[in-house]
Design a protein around this ligand. Sequence first.
Ligand code: C2E
Ligand code: MG
Ligand code: MG
Ligand code: MG
Length: 288
Amino acid sequence: EAKESGRNAFRFYQQGMQQQVTERALLEKALHSAISNDELYLAYQPQVNENGELIGFEALLRWFNKELGLVPPNRFIPVAEETGLIYDMGNWVLETVCQQLKVWQTMGLPAEFKGVAVNISPHQFAKENFVETVQCVIEAAQIDSDLLDLEITEGMLVENISSVAEKMWRLKEQGIRFSIDDFGTGYSSLRYLQHFPINQLKVDQSFVRDLSCDPKSHVIINTILSMAAHMNVTVLAEGVERLIEKEILSSIGCTTYQGYYFSMPVREDLATEYLRSATIFPLQTESV
Ligand code: C2E
Ligand code: MG
Ligand code: MG
Ligand code: MG
């Protein structure tokens, strides 16, 4: 009987594996034509200062496929990386953001607004012509290069330090800014950070989430803040969901934020409206 149930468990396991393989194959196949079928779009999430004024957006990639529905980036980005589709996809994001920035720049930007952050995947950054690609896209769109903030992760900084630093410096010389995404979750050693031209640390949302209950995350964020002050870089807290989190962050000196408390990521037309009307976040909803 034990043998029998073991066999069944194995068969079940095999079926599960088979299903995963099939799903993955379907996703990969659909992903190949996502750009040409016009299935990608961007959502822009507001980044705000202590007064709730808009200081920037993070561009977040969205993929809607008729059969698969809305596929979250955490599912399709890894597949895009493994298959090499990330190059075309990453370029599509850069081009789309720069074209949008051109429209916004022409419209006139609020004084506090610094620009748009774009997530750069490790493979995309590692490509030998990455620097030239970014320069080309900026030139084609005719935008100020300091409107672009490239988000990279800590993990990318520990491999190939000299070649990564060289690329970053070349882009920095053009005026492009860099943020370290999900900061605190990687191999944060203070020593290597000084090799790179970094403008901003984005405190990972896991620390923000712990703020109101775990005193230790206080300490961590405080450490990040004082380190950032020494390095002359700014700190933005990610994933701020509640007023209490914003208040604690503000009390320890972290004064720029991004998160559902202020705004969800929104489509470009709403983002444009936010810029045009000098919106203050969070939106004041009428109480009835
Ligand atoms: P990320 O760069 O750390 O982006 C922040 C993620 O947190 C986004 O998820 C955003 O929608 C979500 N978020 C924002 N505020 C809150 C909040 O208050 N609470 C919670 N729980 N979540 C919040 P999303 O859009 O699903 O993206 C997930 C990840 O996919 C991103 O993490 C980024 O690593 C990657 N990604 C997104 N767009 C791109 C892209 O264009 N290129 C690359 N290479 N990666 C991308
Ligand atoms: Mg990001
Ligand atoms: Mg992040
Ligand atoms: Mg991330």
